[in-house]
Design a binder for this molecule. Structure first.
Ligand code: ME8
Length: 652
């Protein structure tokens, strides 16, 4: 085994619902990184798993009449099946209900307590009894009620343990601003300004209001709350403070933790603080990617717009799906998933670009030489330039992968695919084939193409691991020919290589037909989700007392357009929107930050309650309210207005 190690992790996912394309992105991205480093000879450890404790799981299991463990077991099975289906090569799957993890978390909690970093205090705030949840003032809804169920809250206190964050503030600030821990680093400023500068708040790390968690060993009734349990997985899986084989000394510190921006703060601030308190080395990099949205909208199971990765894989093959999501998402920014873009990309890059390069090259070797190239060669000046460009790809891809820029690595490889297709056009082998004197030249051209395909396909194998062995079979490459160390040279395939024409790698997709088919699947999903929602909500609907038409006429609802929008500092729930209301414009504060990002709203038209008395939320003036529907799963959806309706129009 190599002494170069590479340890990469995905977040451990909540098994509260089936996995979707968003979970697929992080997992497939880590898988590609892991496969890439394995190919380079690293001794790789790739960890994924599930985060199984907490109130939500306890409640969902109760709703279904099963135990929490029974509930999660089923969903964890779906996660594992999907990873198998997507050809994800994890080395270990951790479940936070595994005994070894429970044992380590209890020891970690005790050690932090013994060192004085965890202390007992009181958790106080506004409490919603039906939801069994505490809320801070800034989290409450517009009416000062529970943001989940919108019922009244009462002031309450609960005994809880807290983790002291302040001793680590300076070191964490340096970690974020002076090192390349955070990728992309542009996010460091936001973290420092929002969380460190205002003073790091201590973190509540135990609860007594639910049972489905790891018990605190020295205080009955307390269970470890969320992050100490979840984040520790990255070291407990390596045998830290448990009986699993010791891999901690070999693989820790992790090379990359990959997460989406929703949990960046926990990995950028809380996890380093925990490790500092435990006196352990810090991970080398935290790679943060954005959200995959669906046609620009938030992906939501309750809306039914989530694309089931199993369905997509069945239709287009798992490698095409892997390629599409990896090629679309750049580290740091969001990416909108669209069936149309996916199909067009599969057609252009995979069917017409790479697939065509392989099939044309192999077909010509068969047509002109019966499948086996002759030994006579005639090289031309143009070949050197082509070969150098292909070889340069290897270096460039490595630079991109070292910065976890997977999209960029694929862009580089596909530029070379285009270059190789251009090399065919430049040399016009079909003309060379007609002329007996040009057979040696033709053999050189085809050989150079086959060897370029060897390099390209080897570079593509971490991203599309199921397809590339088929390519190697077609171009007559042996297992030895496609080793990473052979990528730095041209001329690796045998001189008289024999090709084998095979199946079409990526069949061209009929765009219109497929879009129609996918839309009807989505429509069906949405109808099902809608029926599910009405079924759930019909149990609860209690109408307010009747009002007369005059009462309704008092409410002035107008169409308004969102001109700009930003998060309200110090509030997790509030967004501050500047609206064009067809009058002088106005500012509205809305409690939808958990469901929408500012960029989801900017430019969209909404329904505004225009004559609502101004109010101050978190000290910011709000002049009106925008209409949104409460969803049965606790989510919320803004009622957007068709763009053709003019701003200021009255809604009745
Ligand atoms: O947060 N786009 O689990 P989780 C991109 N258990 N990535 C997405 C996504 C989307 N639409 N949806 C989910 C948790 N993800 C905790 C983590 S780690 C110690 C504990 C991916 O099931 C993305 O990687 O909510 C995100 O960070 C993760 O799923 C959140 O998964």
């Amino acid at each position: 085994m190599s002494d170069k190690t590479f340890y990469i992790t995905t977040p451990i996912y909540y098994p509260s619902g089936n996995p979707h394309i968003g979970h697929c992105y992080t997992t497939v991205a880590c898988d590609s990184m892991a496969r890439y480093r394995r190919m380079q000879g690293y001794d790789v450890k790739f960890l994924t798993g599930t985060d199984e404790h907490g109130l939500k799981i306890e409640q969902k299991a109760a709703e279904k009449g099963v135990t929490p463990k029974e509930y999660v077991d089923e969903i964890v099975g779906t996660f594992k099946n999907l990873w198998k289906y997507m050809n994800v090569s994890y080395d270990h799957f951790i479940r936070t209900t595994d005994d070894y993890h429970v044992e380590s978390v209890q020891k970690i909690f005790k050690e932090l307590y013994d060192k004085g970093y965890i202390y007992k205090g009181e958790y106080s705030g506004k409490y919603c009894t039906p939801c069994e949840s505490f809320w801070t003032d800034s989290q409450l809804d517009e009416n000062g009620c529970c943001p989940e169920c919108h019922r009244e809250v009462t002031f309450a206190k609960e005994e809880a343990y807290f983790f002291k964050m302040s001793p680590f503030a300076d070191r964490i600030e340096k970690l974020l601003t002076e090192t390349d821990y955070l990728q992309p680093k542009t996010r460091a400023v936001e973290l420092v300004n929002n969380f460190i500068k205002p003073g790091l708040e201590d973190l509540c790390v135990s609860r007594t209001t639910f049972k489905w968690g790891i018990p605190v060993t020295f205080d009955e009734g307390h269970v470890v709350y969320v992050w100490i349990d979840a984040l520790s997985n990255y070291i407990t899986a390596l045998g830290y403070k448990n009986n699993r084989p010791d891999e901690f000394s070999k693989y820790w510190p992790a090379d990359i933790h990959m997460v989406a921006k929703d949990i960046m703060r926990f990995h950028a601030i809380i996890w380093p603080a925990m490790l500092m308190a435990l006196e352990l080395p810090l991970p080398k990099h935290l790679a943060v990617h954005g959200w995959i949205t669906f046609n620009g909208e938030k992906m939501s199971k309750s809306l039914g717009n989530v694309v089931d990765p199993f369905i997509l894989g069945e239709r287009y093959g798992c490698d095409a799906i892997r390629y599409h999501i990896l090629r679309e998402m750049a580290l740091g920014s969001d990416s909108s998933f669209s069936n149309e873009i996916m199909i067009n990309r599969i057609n252009s890059d995979l069917a017409n670009g790479f697939g065509n390069l392989v099939s044309r090259t192999v077909a010509m070797a068969e047509k002109y030489f019966g499948g086996t190239l002759p030994e006579e060669r005639e090289e031309a000046e143009i070949d050197t330039e082509f070969k150098n460009e292909v070889l340069k790809t290897v270096e460039d891809v490595d630079t991109a992968m070292s910065g976890t820029r997977i999209k960029n690595a694929l862009e580089i490889i596909f530029k070379t695919v285009d270059r190789a297709n251009k090399y065919i056009d430049e040399n016009e082998p079909w003309k060379l084939g007609k002329n007996e004197d040009k057979k040696a030249r033709l053999a050189s051209v085809l050989y150079n193409l086959l060897d370029a395909v060897r390099i390209i396909s080897t570079l593509l194998s971490p991203f599309m691991p199921s397809t590339m062995p088929k390519v190697w079979e077609q171009i007559g490459a042996s297992a030895d020919d496609v080793k990473y160390e052979k990528l730095s040279e041209f001329g690796v395939l045998p001189v008289n290589v024999t090709v084998h024409k095979g199946e079409i790698l990526f069949p061209r997709i009929d765009v219109e037909k497929e879009i129609e088919a996918l839309n009807s699947i989505i429509k069906e999903n949405m109808e099902k989700a809608q029926a599910n929602l009405s079924e759930k909500s019909s149990e609860k609907i209690e109408l307010a007392p009747e009002i007369a038409i005059d009462d309704f006429a008092k409410v002035e609802i107008r169409v308004a357009k969102v001109l700009s929008c930003e998060k309200v500092k110090k509030s997790k729930k509030l967004l501050c929107l500047q609206l064009d209301d067809g009058m002088d414009g106005r500012q509205v504060v809305s409690g939808i930050a958990q469901y929408y990002k500012p960029e989801d709203l900017i430019g969209r038209k909404v329904q505004l309650i225009a004559n609502l008395k101004p109010a101050k939320l978190c000290g910011i003036e709000s002049n009106g309210m925008i209409c949104a529907a409460d969803l049965a799963d606790g989510g919320c959806q803004v009622i957007f207005v068709d763009d053709s309706i003019p701003v200021g129009a009255k809604i009745r």
